[in-house]
Design a protein around this ligand. Structure first.
Ligand SMILES: C[S@@+](CC[C@H](N)C(=O)[O-])C[C@H]1O[C@@H](n2cnc3c(N)ncnc32)[C@H](O)[C@@H]1O
Length: 273
């Protein structure tokens, strides 16, 4: 029943994704930050698998997510540099269409490790179901132009026909690139947002990704179904609900295995002003 798959669900995605498929559920966007297999303590063994088991289970999950997508749907899948190459190969194997390897650049990265470069990023893959059609809301995620000097004088370029064309700045800003610079939740600055989850994502980053990839209705509001099968402390749900308070109509499904993190997610949802 579709109404059973709505909002926060405390349960096991390895069971529920198949149940959702059997119930005929379809989603526009899978936006998820699954266990990276880095031995983190989520209160379960999901991040502590052998590489072989990690790849087997990742493939099963990606296949199920692929099958849950509407024809023009997309998957945004966070990973880590150690294993992202394997995950990307799986996405090709299951027949998804590559669109971009994005980088979340930690604006405030730091490290005590002196034997290797400072870790400054996490990759997130964007694949679509269709090779022809997908959602990308280019104007919703424009960023301020770096230099205002070049905006003062007209800039000309030659188009594909060799014609001289005047370039004018877009009043909404420059096009976003595939390096997404957002701070992590480290330090005092983010103590109000930080929940007691070891790998909580910042709302700023997840909201921006929703704005970029969620379908919109004819009135310009986000309207679509977003699935996060590894919901953790509930960041995706919180971001969608905050957008919905501005008039958007996002339906979201967030699945989390651990009751402890479900409780944190419920609390965060309750605290939305
Ligand atoms: C990387 S964290 C997600 C963090 C989240 N993005 C946030 O901002 O809080 C991955 C989460 O997936 C959960 N998880 C692991 N296996 C799961 C499964 N089979 N079904 C549902 N959740 C699972 C873990 O308990 C963990 O909280």
């Amino acid at each position: 029943m579709a109404e059973n798959y709505n909002g926060l669900i405390c349960g096991d995605s390895d069971i529920l994704l198949q149940e959702m498929l059997d119930a005929g559920i379809k989603v526009d966007l899978v936006l998820t930050d699954p266990p990276y297999n880095l031995n983190k303590d989520f209160g379960n063994n999901s991040d502590k698998l052998s590489l072989e088991d990690f790849l087997t289970i990742s493939k099963k999950r990606i296949e199920l997510c692929h099958n849950l997508l509407v024809p023009n749907g997309s998957i945004i899948w966070f990973g880590i540099h150690h294993y992202i190459g394997f995950i990307q190969s799986i996405m090709y194997e299951v027949g998804l269409n590559y669109l971009r390897m994005n980088i979340w650049y930690y604006e405030n990265g730091f490290s005590r490790l002196t034997t290797a470069p400072l870790t400054q990023y996490e990759p997130f893959l964007w694949f679509s179901k269709s090779p022809k059609k997908w959602t990308y809301n280019v104007d919703d995620v424009r960023i301020p132009y770096k230099s205002t000097a070049r905006l003062k004088n007209p800039v000309y370029y030659k188009n594909s026909k060799g014609e001289r064309v005047k370039w004018e700045p877009n009043p909404l800003g420059a096009m976003r690139g595939d390096v997404w610079a957002f701070p992590t939740l480290a330090g005092k600055l983010f103590q109000d947002e930080k929940a007691p989850h070891p790998t909580q994502k910042p709302e700023s980053l997840i909201t921006e990704i929703v704005k970029a990839f969620c379908p919109k209705n004819s009135e310009g509001f986000y309207e679509g179904v977003i699935l996060d099968p590894f919901h953790g402390s509930g960041t995706l749900g919180v971001c969608c609900e905050k957008l919905n308070r501005q008039g958007h109509k996002i339906k979201w499904i967030g699945i989390e295995l651990e009751e402890r993190w479900c409780a944190v997610a419920r609390e965060r949802l309750r605290n939305i002003q």
